[in-house]
Design a protein. Sequence first.
Length: 151
Amino acid sequence: MQNIVTTPNRKSSILNLTLTGGVGILGGLWLIVSPMVFNYNGKASSALQANADNAALLSIVVGVLTIVLSAFCVATETQASLQLYRFVATVTLIGFGLLLMLAPYLFNYNMLRDPMTNMQLTGSAFIIIAGYVFQEVFGQKQTEPSQTTQS
């Protein structure tokens, strides 16, 4: 029997998390520009104008907060002392995804096709990406830098 020493591949894990953080930043930018791209306010009838304004505001606010949280997670990935804050930021991003998916129904945007579709697709992407980061960082058991296995 020989001892084989294995080390976790943290370099590729950090690369994956940096890429997903970058995708989170792009998602936040998309939320900021999407009300202008889809012209939320111009397509709504006068009866739905207030809902279109609220959808645009929610999209912009969540977009800005997403950029801030994603940038924070990327910038502090190697600092173990900030792991609790990264945990909170990741859970908040998952919550933003849920908010975006439910907002058309909670705030009566479901009569507005473009905001509803955009928020639901972006929200589901946030849940998938932030969920991946959550399981990648917090779902694994903490192991020693090197483990010894017997074969």
